[in-house]
Design a protein. Structure first.
Length: 134
């Protein structure tokens, strides 16, 4: 995908959380004032590991898809294809992953929903066989 088709925000640097991703991703933190909002860019085939945004009250994450094509999946449910303009509301304490399609870059804004005792638990990688079936 040409650079001008990557959405309105700069790609940013190599993602410092890259150890929790399969493939290369980039992160541009747009703000941490009030809400943490990051522009996350995934190279084709890149996806993050299964993870949970824990919170005892409120919390979770919202994905605002801005470019390319990707996937979102909650544990035990079928994967959902994502395209620019899609919105994913991820409640707290739900095991999930998200990332690019095999043949497309993918960009989303990750909005961290404030919550009590909020933390992220990174889990196992998404299985190659499961991902290849998408």
């Amino acid at each position: 995908m040409p650079e001008h088709d990557m959405g309105p925000f700069a790609r940013g640097e190599i993602n410092p959380y890259g150890q929790f991703f399969q493939g290369r991703s980039y992160l541009n933190m747009l703000t941490q004032e009030g809400l943490a909002i990051g522009n996350v860019t995934f190279e084709p085939g890149c996806r993050n590991h299964w993870h949970i945004h824990h919170a005892t009250e409120k919390g979770g994450q919202i994905l605002l898809c801005t470019a390319g094509r990707g996937w979102y999946q909650e544990w035990g449910k079928p994967a959902r294809e994502l395209r620019a303009g899609d919105v994913v509301v991820i409640p707290a304490n739900i095991k999930h992953w998200h990332g690019a399609a095999k043949d497309s870059w993918f960009v989303h804004l990750a909005v961290e929903v404030p919550g009590e005792d909020a933390s992220t638990e990174w889990l196992e990688p998404v299985g190659d066989k499961d991902y290849a079936r998408l």
